[in-house]
Design a protein around this ligand. Structure first.
Ligand code: ZN
Ligand code: ZN
Length: 149
């Protein structure tokens, strides 16, 4: 049986294709995401990177690390190799498509549009809330008007 060896690379390509492609980082503030159906969404770089304000600290929901409220520290964290690898481990879930939901653990999810962490059971309701729909609409509008520098 020599056929499986030939088929292997093709299969890997299919498995690795992410549901959402990050098209480019046009500046420090915004990230353009291209969905599978070629629709584009523009969200803030902090939301994309999962960086939240937690009390008087910034917290990265993916790495679990905390840092002082300092822009330089925050930007440096986004560029860390360890952080980038962390992000790759939490791809946007295909089931939620344009709602940009990432799975953090078995019982928690992260919404890249609203920049919030929620329980898995709350997610189905979350994507139907006005707050979330507003954020999605804003991301779509920004994508049509946004001019990368
Ligand atoms: Zn991180
Ligand atoms: Zn949301």
């Amino acid at each position: 049986m020599s056929a499986p060896a030939l088929r292997q690379p093709k299969m890997l390509n299919i498995v690795r294709k992410p549901p959402v492609n990050v098209q480019c980082f046009s500046d420090d503030q915004s990230v353009i995401l291209t969905l599978k159906d070629c629709r584009k969404l523009v969200i803030s770089s902090d939301s994309y990177h999962g960086i939240l304000m937690a009390g008087n600290m910034y917290k990265c929901v993916f790495c679990g690390s905390e840092m002082e409220l300092d822009n330089k520290l925050k930007e440096a964290h986004k560029n860390l190799m360890t952080h980038k690898r962390c992000l790759e481990r939490y791809p946007h879930l295909e089931d939620f498509s344009e709602n940009l939901i990432r799975k953090l653990s078995n019982d928690s999810l992260y919404c890249s549009l609203c920049n919030v962490v929620m329980t898995t059971t709350a997610a189905t309701r979350h994507v139907t809330t006005e707050t979330h729909k507003d954020q999605l609409e804003k991301a779509e509008i920004k994508a049509t008007t946004y001019k990368p520098i």
